[in-house]
Design a protein around this ligand. Structure first.
Ligand code: PGA
Length: 255
């Protein structure tokens, strides 16, 4: 399974920041890391970023509407993202679930739109601190996968991003053992629902991934990539994560 290292820029990035995309794409083209590299900038930058990236790295969106087109002021369809050069879309991020009231049903409808359009759907799930404290992490992940990932999704169309809410932007991460537990559980649910496709679906970890912990996290069984917020904004930070992963995989000295 090919590792996916994805950057989520959230609501950060003006035209000047396209220089970071150029720098990441150039580094990836030069070093050819054994991973798929994706940056999801704000929608305003997707077309320019995709042109600039020129397939050296993939460009994605951070959300889409479930409908193809219509009277939905301010929304963007999966078709529009695709038309702008995106090949993936983040769906159901906790900032959208919490800040925009997105339910599992809404996220599933958006995932169907991504599927219809040929965008990789990166479907986010994750528990809050209090759910974790109450021992509900596994059940929350099960419920969110059941509700947010439509039937018939294939491994090529889908990645699951497990992002504990309390780890996002906080500098705190679960222990390797905790991540292994949750990701093993997620794998079980995916296999239960999707059989061999579920076995091949990538499960990303997200929440305070940075150069100093990336290798340890990416080495955990059933961690097939990372969704990275803060540390994806500067090419130097993001490149360091990619380099450390590639060197660690090769068993060589870490840069
Ligand atoms: P973070 O964000 O890496 O800044 O914690 C991750 C995310 O929200 O996808």
């Amino acid at each position: 399974m090919r590792t996916l290292i994805a950057g989520n820029w959230k609501m950060h990035g003006l035209i000047a920041q396209l220089a970071e995309i150029e720098s990441i794409a150039a580094a990836v083209a030069a070093s050819r890391p054994p991973a798929d590299i994706l940056i999801c900038p704000p929608a305003t930058l997707i077309a320019r970023a995709a042109q600039l990236a020129d397939r050296r790295i993939a460009i994605g969106g951070q959300d889409c509407h479930s409908e193809t087109a219509g009277a939905f002021t301010g929304d963007l369809s999966a078709e529009m993202l695709r038309d702008s050069g995106a090949s993936a879309v983040i769906l159901g991020h906790s900032e959208r679930r919490q800040g925009h009231g997105e339910t599992d049903v809404i996220v599933a409808a958006k995932a169907n739109a991504a599927r219809r359009t040929g965008l990789l759907a990166i479907i986010c799930i994750g528990e809050t601190q209090s759910q974790r404290g109450d021992g509900q992490t596994l059940q929350v992940c099960r419920d969110q996968i059941t509700g947010s990932v439509p039937e018939r999704m294939t491994a090529a169309e889908t990645a699951i991003a497990h992002e504990p809410l309390w780890a996002i932007g906080t500098g705190h991460t679960p222990t390797a053992g905790e991540i292994a537990d949750v990701h093993g559980h997620i794998r079980g649910i995916l296999v239960e629902r999707f059989g061999s496709e579920g076995k091949a679906m990538r499960i990303l970890y997200g929440g305070s991934v940075k150069a100093s912990n990336a290798l340890q996290i990416l080495a955990i069984p059933d961690v097939n990539g990372a969704l990275i917020g803060g540390a994806s904004l500067k090419s130097a930070d993001f490149d360091a994560i990619i380099r450390i992963f590639a060197a660690g995989l090769a068993g060589g000295p870490l840069p």
